[in-house]
Design a binder for this molecule. Structure first.
Ligand code: FES
Length: 173
């Protein structure tokens, strides 16, 4: 057997990898298409039956990647980085500023990784690192990254979102 044959992982292994990646992309699109941007059990169950990928595998993928949500999400999402660099530059203060929303502090202190307001307007999440440590503290608002965020700025962002002005520009000053 030459080196190439020894290296070949086989059709079934490759097929399995292909199917996993297809499932991952499909899961992303299902979540994106859903009204509250999360994967519900019914959707995962149907995906499992259509792809023949066990539901347990789909569920473990959904829980492994922080990108996937298993609960209804707010219209707006604020993600605060809690990595070492951001923590050193005051990200805890930013999280405390957001925790003034009723129920938020309790949820995060109870170990929840995300909190959504009852009116589903805002979801607050934390992340381990955005990979932009030089810009700490870093916050993402509806997918837009903001750097060197101050307490005043996060309060302003929160106020803007709470006013929920559709044409608003989220300004940092
Ligand atoms: S620790 Fe916050 S971006 Fe890396």
């Amino acid at each position: 057997m030459n080196t190439h044959e020894e290296n070949y992982v086989g059709k079934s292994a490759i097929d399995e990898i292909i199917s996993k990646h297809k499932v991952l992309t499909t899961m992303e699109e299902i979540q994106e298409a859903s009204e509250y941007k999360y994967l519900d059990m019914q959707s995962m169950d149907y995906l499992s039956s259509q792809t023949k990928v066990p539901l347990s595998q789909i569920y473990s993928v959904a829980t492994f990647y922080s990108f996937f949500n298993l609960k209804p999400q707010g219209k707006h999402t604020i993600i605060v980085c809690r990595g070492t660099a951001c923590h050193t530059k005051g990200s805890k203060v930013l999280l405390d500023d957001l925790s003034t929303m009723p129920g938020c502090k309790e949820a995060l202190e109870a170990g929840e990784t995300s909190f959504t307001t009852e009116d589903r307007l805002i979801t607050v999440k934390t992340v381990a690192c955005f990979g932009q440590c030089a810009l700490a503290p870093v916050v993402a608002v509806d997918g837009v990254i903001y750097s060197n965020v101050t307490s005043e700025q996060i309060k302003k962002i929160l106020q803007n979102l709470q006013e929920d002005n559709k044409d608003e520009n989220i300004r940092l000053c």
